[in-house]
Design a protein around this ligand. Structure first.
Ligand code: NAP
Ligand code: MG
Length: 495
């Protein structure tokens, strides 16, 4: 296990690649423009990153299209694509230390999480889809004997992947694993706050035998590179993870251009209902705390609204506050750190402004509530608000930071009603020992995933995505292929 000093030494020795990756080569943006990438934990510059725009998108899409049409990947036997994607996953693991470091420096995430979860999780996702692709069968329809009708899934073509900064490589893997496994070419745009790991893995794809042009990586701003992908006439689909606001823009881009398929994984304000009959209150408190404070609350499915039954409310708030007070917040490169920095100063100000709003709205600040004293970077204390009303902005709007809103409920009925009283529907949790309540909650909560006596559990075998304004389409599991393939029927008349 590396120490803080080891990680710091490795960070100082890093040689960071900052260019885009188009057609198999690292290249500067066509305009020559760059943007400064700041480490949110230290406020030091990590480098000048290529700032891609329309011209770079045009080049990357042309390269992706040429690779697709040539069939060098799209028509490769699935079992051969499998082997190369497995090698890609292995190479990610071989570079685990460097990738973990890049993600931690880029986004302020703890090195423990980057090394322990994100990087192996990304490799595991790529391996899972690689292993699946030569086991997916097509269909033959039950027609009359006078015909044979085959229903086949075909790769859709060139797919744009536009991803956020909170789990940079993991979200990238959730997109590119099924995109590439299905035989598509891909143009990836990482978030401007976290481009480094995406840029890094582009060369690993080539090393693994994924042909030039199949995976292109374009760092840059959403308003420039992201929009150009959304509006491009030769991009067949876009897989997006990010805010609901930008998700809606992609729907508009599609309508304004070529009706490209859009898959959206957007925001959330997930309810986590803790009932008095939960099997273990201490476990419920600890899991509920991690449900919101893991990754400093920068998680789309975070359990940001904790709905606690009256009888256990005081005890719950007391225990949750004690848990927060003991959380080790600090230097992301210290392996002992449990909560690192927020992604940048703009986002930090936004999170702090919600803490002010919560206080003004009359919620009770039970714990935290400000910056971490003595730290220069983007560090905010784990914060708990009690006596929150669901109509308050801190209960309705996605804060995307370490701020929990505790709402008192009379019973499960009220929990379900309040839980569903949101524009979002990504995840929901319920803690109970009662079988009837378990089934009722899982049926009536409007969310893509309902967790019972856990929160945020799942793996590559289960689909992930939202109801309502949390988006549509699913990442992970075989259902992810729906976004990146089209169905074709071939009807053969027999004489
Ligand atoms: P964001 O602002 O929506 O950005 C997401 C991506 O879209 C980034 O690459 C961004 O580029 C790009 N983008 C921004 N404006 C754009 C535009 N006008 N046209 C095209 N692309 C544009 O979200 P974020 O701040 O990165 O991430 C936080 C949000 O993501 C939260 O709302 C969270 O709930 C959501 N999220 C959802 C999931 C999920 O699975 N459902 C997972 C993670 C995060 P730049 O930032 O580089 O400009
Ligand atoms: Mg952004």
């Amino acid at each position: 296990m590396l120490t803080k000093a080891d990680w710091q030494t490795k960070a100082a020795a890093l040689n960071i690649e900052t260019r885009a990756f188009i057609g198999g080569d690292y290249v500067p943006a066509a305009s020559g423009k760059t943007f400064d990438k700041i480490n949110p934990a230290t406020l030091a510059s990590l480098g000048e990153i290529a700032s891609c725009d329309v011209e770079d998108v045009n080049r990357a899409v042309a390269s992706a299209r040429a690779a697709f049409d040539a069939g060098i990947w799209s028509r490769m036997a699935p079992k051969e694509r499998k082997l190369r994607l497995m090698r890609f996953a292995e190479l990610i693991l071989e570079n685990r230390t460097e990738l973990a470091l890049l993600e931690s420096l880029d986004a302020g995430k703890t090195i423990a999480n980057c090394y322990g979860d994100d990087i192996p999780g990304a490799a595991d996702c790529i391996r899972w889809f690689a292993e699946l692709i030569d086991k997916v069968y097509d269909e033959v329809a039950p027609t009359a004997d006078s015909a044979v009708a085959m229903i086949r899934r075909e790769a859709i073509g060139v797919v744009g992947a536009v991803v956020p900064w909170n789990y940079p490589l993991l979200m990238t893997a959730w997109k590119i694993a099924p995109i590439l496994a299905a035989g598509n070419s891909c143009v990836l745009k990482p978030a401007e706050q976290s481009p480094l790991s995406g840029i890094f893995i582009a060369r690993l794809a080539i090393e693994a035998g994924i042909p030039e042009g199949v995976l292109n990586v374009l760092p840059g701003y959403g308003e420039t590179a992201g929009q150009a992908i959304g509006l491009h006439m030769d991009v067949d689909a876009v897989a997006f993870t990010g805010s609901t606001e930008v998700g809606k823009k992609f729907m508009q881009y599609s309508g304004q251009s070529n009706l490209k398929r859009i898959g959206l994984e957007c925001g959330g304000k997930s309810p986590n209902i803790v009932l008095a009959d939960c099997p273990d209150l201490d476990k419920a408190v600890e899991n509920s705390a991690w449900a919101i404070f893991y990754n400093a609350g920068e998680t789309c499915s975070a359990g940001s609204r904790i709905l606690v039954e009256e009888a256990i409310r005081d005890e719950f708030v007391e225990k949750l506050s004690a848990f927060c007070a003991a959380l080790r917040v600090g230097d992301p490169l210290d392996p002992e750190t449990q909560m690192g920095a927020l992604v940048d100063e703009t986002h930090t100000q936004r999170v702090l402004s919600y803490i002010d709003i919560g206080t003004q709205e009359g919620a009770t600040l039970a714990q935290g509530g400000g910056r971490v004293a003595g730290m220069d970077g983007c560090f905010v204390q784990p914060t708990v608000f009690a006596d929150v009303k669901n109509s308050m902005r801190i209960a309705q709007e996605e804060i995307f930071g370490p701020v929990a809103s505790v709402i008192t409920i009379r019973d499960l009925d009220e929990g379900i009603r309040i839980g569903n009283d949101t524009i979002y529907g990504l995840g929901a949790g319920v803690w109970t020992s009662d079988l009837d309540k378990t089934f009722r909650a899982s049926k009536e909560l409007k969310a893509g995933v309902v967790w019972v006596n856990s929160f945020d559990a799942g793996d590559n075998t289960t689909p992930f995505g939202g109801f309502k304004q949390s988006g549509f389409g699913r990442d992970k599991s075989a259902h992810a292929f729906d976004k990146y393939t089209d169905l074709k029927t071939t009807w053969i008349a027999l004489s």
